[in-house]
Design a protein around this ligand. Structure first.
Ligand SMILES: Nc1ncnc2c1ncn2[C@@H]1O[C@H](COP(=O)(O)OP(=O)(O)OP(=O)(O)O)[C@@H](O)[C@H]1O
Length: 261
């Protein structure tokens, strides 16, 4: 498979001199097209910083980030979904998606059809005319995902996108994102604190050490992506074993933190 994303010798710190905070690295990471990478790690270990570096919102203090061989251009190469949907509250669902399509350079004449497609993809067909305040938090997050997909990015970056949702809505969205990314063959890098969410969504899990985040474990998740209902998959012994493996890796990073205190 072709390499989509390459991080080489990446380190990042915020601030300067004695006030500098080392947030990430050094780390190397290669992500292939079609991989769904989930990043877990202790609070403050640099997960969001890593996504910001991949999105091109931040430039690494040392090392390089390349998407398909080029430095990432913010807003062009990747679609980003945050914990809060960050929609235009005064616009309709369609209005929000249309704005994203316009920024993505989709010609005006093609936007209506593209919007219908995107709404269908995220399970919101028929809700285009609703105002943002007329839909639920889960539906708002679906609109945010549709917006991130508008530019047909090769890579989707998701920073704890379901953390603010209730458990049932969260499970539904997990299933949809899993199917969606599987169908389109996009790459994804997804940050979460939930080991279960990581095992359910990932083809590969990266566990970060405490700050500055380095790669403590790189765990393949060889579970089927289609054909097994979510509840059944979660009951598989292989699923439980992976959960145990990832939880142990995360615990090991926390033990390191405790031993230093
Ligand atoms: N703009 C900034 N200026 C200074 N320090 C920052 C900035 N952003 C993040 N940091 C620091 O860098 C480190 C990594 O932060 P980051 O938000 O990437 O971690 P995280 O793993 O996503 O955290 P959490 O799991 O709590 O969301 C933290 O110590 C944080 O305080």
């Amino acid at each position: 498979m072709s390499t989509l994303l390459t991080l080489s010798g990446v380190q990042h710190h915020y601030g300067r001199g004695t006030r500098a905070v080392a947030a990430v690295g050094p780390l190397d990471l290669h992500v292939n097209a079609g991989e769904f990478v989930v990043v877990v790690g202790p609070s403050g270990s640099g997960k969001s910083t890593l996504l910001r570096l991949i999105a091109g919102f931040e430039h690494p203090s040392t090392g390089t980030v390349e998407l398909a061989g080029q430095p990432p251009v913010p807003g062009r190469d990747v679609g980003v979904v945050f914990q809060q949907p960050r929609l235009f509250p005064w616009r309709s669902v369609d209005g929000n998606i249309n704005a994203a399509l316009r920024w993505a350079g989709v010609p005006r004449a093609d936007r209506a059809a593209a919007s219908v497609d995107l709404l269908a993809k995220v399970g919101l067909s028929g809700l285009g005319a609703r105002r943002v305040w007329e839909i639920s938090g889960g539906q708002q997050q679906r609109v945010a995902i549709a917006r991130a997909l508008a530019a047909r990015p090769r890579l989707l970056l998701l920073d704890e996108p379901f953390a603010a949702l209730d458990a049932l809505t969260r499970e539904r969205l997990q299933e949809d994102v899993r199917t969606l990314t599987n169908r389109d063959g996009q790459g994804a890098v997804f940050v979460t604190h939930s080991v279960d969410e990581a095992v359910f969504l990932a083809t590969r899990i990266i566990v970060l050490t405490d700050r500055p985040g380095r790669i403590a474990a790189d765990i393949a998740v060889p579970l089927p992506r289609t054909g097994v209902p979510a509840a059944e998959l979660r009951a598989w012994p292989e699923y439980a074993a992976l959960r145990g493996q990832v939880a142990a890796a995360v615990r090991a990073t926390l033990t390191e933190v405790e031993e230093r205190v």
